[in-house]
Design a binder for this molecule. Structure first.
Ligand SMILES: [Zn+2]
Length: 59
C-alpha cells in the first residue's frame, strides 16, 4: 500500500464512454458504474495523505 499503487489504480480505473469503469471491465470483465469502489478507496486514501502532509507542514 503506497502512493504509487494509488496512482496505478487511478490510472487504470477510468470512466468509460458508457459511464462504466473501464479498468474493472478490462481486468475483471465486470460492469461497474464509475467511480467504482477502488477509485473511491484510492482517492480517499489520497485525501488523507494530503491532509496529513498539510497538518505536518502547519506544525
Ligand atoms: Zn474500477
Amino acid at each position: 500500500m503506497n502512493d504509487r499503487q494509488d496512482q496505478l489504480i487511478l490510472a487504470v480505473h477510468v470512466r468509460g464512454l458508457d459511464g462504466m469503469c473501464a479498468g474493472c471491465r478490462a481486468w475483471w470483465s465486470r460492469l461497474t458504474p464509475y467511480p467504482c469502489w477502488q477509485v473511491d478507496w484510492a482517492t480517499s486514501r489520497e485525501a488523507r495523505t494530503v491532509t496529513a502532509r498539510f497538518l505536518e507542514g502547519v506544525r
